[in-house]
Design a protein around this ligand. Structure first.
Ligand code: NAI
Length: 339
């Protein structure tokens, strides 16, 4: 099947080419993100393959449907960027990759925590300048600290196991508590108010849904421990970035580790190093010494990329040959399904 691969990056193409040996699809790569303005590029392709910052709103889906596209194959777990009801209306099938190395994202979460805590980003910059002073680099032991995980699905539970390995106390909040985490890792489920009040580190692992949009707003930040570290490797719009900036300026938020940002589309995944950043909120976040931002790279391991490519192409083959679509996304598929 001819597949129009949107927002195709160099880092993923070799994984798709390798996985395609067993499928033999025709892969046509586009640098452009899929939006209503670019959806026509898919004409002639029965499948449009999309990533996290492609915007599959009703207009884009109508344009796809007017062409030959019948399948939207997401190469992501989250589908908050897809109007699934519009896809259903137009007879387009949507499939996704529900799981691909939750360890990749959980480990990146911990990487952000350790880097911020021990100020590795600042130490690295200093040493390269010949500055070997330690002043201003004092961190804290993770051992004995309390970590609050919001969302304990595949990624949150992997993160819980790692934090328990450091000797942390792990509190959790989820619509559906995982009793295995309670039994095996001593995780304690608590109401959000208690999680905010007691956690030294708060880490987000819920999908983006109408119920979780800006779950971390000014009110939530006010209820957190002074000096708390906030980490978001899930979806940018879980956090009200302006409220976060206020919290950082007042000193209430001690550190923030962000792999995602609510306005990341069109910025993350691009080399904009010779341009002026137009987004003042992002520009302000980048000025804080206690903020560490990575550009949506938590998933970026060999294992995860292999899994994404294999499952995506298998989803397309299953559609092509009329097999059961185990990874289908159907409407209504709102909260509390993964975003
Ligand atoms: P999952 O579906 O296994 O877990 C999500 C958990 O959130 C579930 O346990 C669910 O019950 C809970 N939940 C949903 N709505 C809730 C609410 N309103 N309040 C409390 N709990 C709620 O998903 P998984 O695989 O753990 O992924 C989590 C998120 O991580 C994804 O939705 C995606 O947005 C993000 N992600 C980020 C990546 C990155 O590279 N930064 C890569 C992959 C996923």
């Amino acid at each position: 099947m001819r597949i129009a691969v949107f927002d195709a990056h160099r880092f993923e193409r070799e994984y798709f080419e390798r996985a395609n040996h067993v499928h033999g699809h025709e892969l046509v790569y586009f640098d452009a993100r899929l939006t209503s303005a670019t959806a026509e590029l898919a004409h002639g392709s029965p499948c449009a393959c999309c990533f996290v910052n492609d915007r599959l709103d009703a207009d884009a889906i109508a344009t796809l449907a007017h062409g030959t596209t019948r399948l939207i194959a997401l190469r992501s777990a989250g589908y908050n960027n897809v109007d699934v009801e519009a896809a259903d209306r137009h007879g387009l099938t949507v499939v996704r990759v529900p799981e691909y190395s939750p360890h990749a994202v959980a480990e990146h979460t911990v990487a952000l925590v350790l880097a911020l805590d021990r100020k590795i980003h600042r130490a690295h910059a200093r040493v390269r300048e010949g500055n070997f002073s330690l002043d201003g680099l004092v961190g804290f032991d993770l051992y004995g600290k309390t970590v609050g995980l919001i969302g304990t699905g595949k990624i949150g539970s992997a993160a819980a196991a790692i934090f328990r390995g450091f000797g942390c106390i792990v509190l959790a909040h989820d619509l559906v508590p995982d009793l295995d985490l309670v039994r095996r890792h001593g995780v304690r489920y608590v109401p959000l108010a208690e999680l905010y009040a007691k956690s030294d580190i708060v880490s987000l692992h819920v999908p983006l849904t109408p119920a979780t949009r800006h779950i971390i707003d000014a009110n939530a930040l006010d209820r957190m421990k002074p000096g708390v570290m906030l980490v978001n490797t899930s979806r940018g719009a879980l956090v009200d970035s302006r409220a976060l900036i206020d919290g950082l300026k007042s000193g209430r938020i001690g550190n923030a580790g962000l792999d995602v940002y609510e306005e990341e589309a069109g910025v993350f995944f691009q080399d904009l190093s010779d341009q002026v950043i137009q987004d003042d909120v992002l520009a302000r976040l980048l000025t804080f010494p206690n903020v560490l931002i990575t550009a949506h790279q938590a998933f970026l391991t060999r294992e995860a990329l292999t899994g994404i490519a294999e499952v995506t192409l298998e989803n397309v083959s299953a559609f092509e040959h009329g097999r059961t679509l185990v990874n289908r996304v159907s409407a209504p598929a709102r909260a509390p399904t993964p975003a």
